[in-house]
Design a protein around this ligand. Sequence first.
Ligand SMILES: [Zn+2]
Length: 51
Amino acid sequence: MVTKTINENKALFECDECHLKFKDQSRAEECEAHCKEHNACKIDIINYAEK
Ligand SMILES: [Zn+2]
């Protein structure tokens, strides 16, 4: 399950598998689904991750 975190009044969604954070919940879910299936992140999803 994707974890919602609040950071500096911004909501971020964290992939529970790789712990990348996204502004967009659907991207975090997409990342997590991909991580679970392939045990790795997808490059084009990483590009949307927040630092
Ligand atoms: Zn992930």
